[in-house]
Design a protein around this ligand. Structure first.
Ligand code: ATP
Length: 231
């Protein structure tokens, strides 16, 4: 099913998340609300320790909320079983991390093709899509290079291609340009935006980089466990 304008790609409703701390609990999210619409790129900027990773983990179905609901498209996910949550993660979500986590023994193209094969796409189709994506990201001449033979920015672009290869409705990124020099970070960010726009995805991107955040559609932060919109 492709994303539609009529419903958010991601909707967090009154999400709570707490962790045990000594004899009590640390309430990190206390009823966080956030809707991200198809085609929208939202920056998550918040001071260290306020719950950015927690929010991304809950939104990415890596952790369950202790209260509230996480809708991916129209699907409420909080009480789904692990198998269903894994399927949503594979089909509807794409992840980009600060460190790309590419498979070192496989080529750039294989890194993008493998998740598609896992999803059940025929090999020829997966390879064609992988080639197209990597070419769009300026890596058409690097298809057969292994991650160790690519620069940091090139590796991160492969990670972006991998994240969007299965046409997710939502891209979640945690400091996707955090380990790159400013010039490369800028290029990688531009390609990330271009591919999000071209594929009409929604994206939630955690970053400390205020220049990058300023270029996204909207900025939100976490304050006292709630999502607050920034100007
Ligand atoms: N598994 C856990 N068990 C206990 N406490 C945790 C756990 N995960 C996170 N915390 C605590 O929850 C709070 C929020 O953590 P989180 O990692 O979400 O912060 P963050 O905003 O991503 O920080 P940073 O920008 O430094 O990565 C922190 O005080 C952290 O110590």
């Amino acid at each position: 099913m492709s994303p539609t304008q009529s419903q958010p790609a991601l909707y967090l409703s009154k999400v709570e998340r707490r962790y045990p701390q000594g004899d009590s609990f640390l309430d990190v999210l206390r009823g966080a609300d956030l809707a991200i619409w198809p085609g929208e790129i939202v920056a998550l900027v918040a001071p260290s320790g306020t719950g950015k990773s927690t929010l991304l983990h809950v939104a990415g179905l890596l952790e369950r909320p202790d209260g509230g609901e996480v809708f991916v498209g129209s699907k409420p996910t909080a009480s789904m079983n692990d198998q269903e949550r894994t399927r949503i993660r594979r089909e509807d979500l794409g992840f980009v991390y600060q460190f790309h986590h590419l498979l070192p023994e496989f080529s750039a193209l294989e890194n993008v093709v493998i998740p598609q094969l896992i999803r059940g796409l025929p090999k020829a189709e997966a390879q064609e899509r992988g080639r197209q994506l990597l070419t769009f990201l300026g890596l058409g001449k690097r298809l057969d290079h292994r991650p160790g033979e690519l620069s940091g920015g090139e590796q991160q672009r492969v990670a972006i291609a991998r994240a969007v290869a299965n046409a997710p409705r939502l891209l979640l990124a945690d400091e996707p340009t955090g380990n790159l020099d400013p010039h490369t970070a800028d290029r990688v960010f531009q390609t990330l935006v271009a591919i999000v726009r071209a594929s009409k995805l929604a994206a939630l991107i955690a970053t400390h980089n205020m220049d990058l955040a300023a270029r996204m559609d909207r900025r939100v932060t976490i304050r006292d466990g709630l999502i607050v919109q920034l100007p």
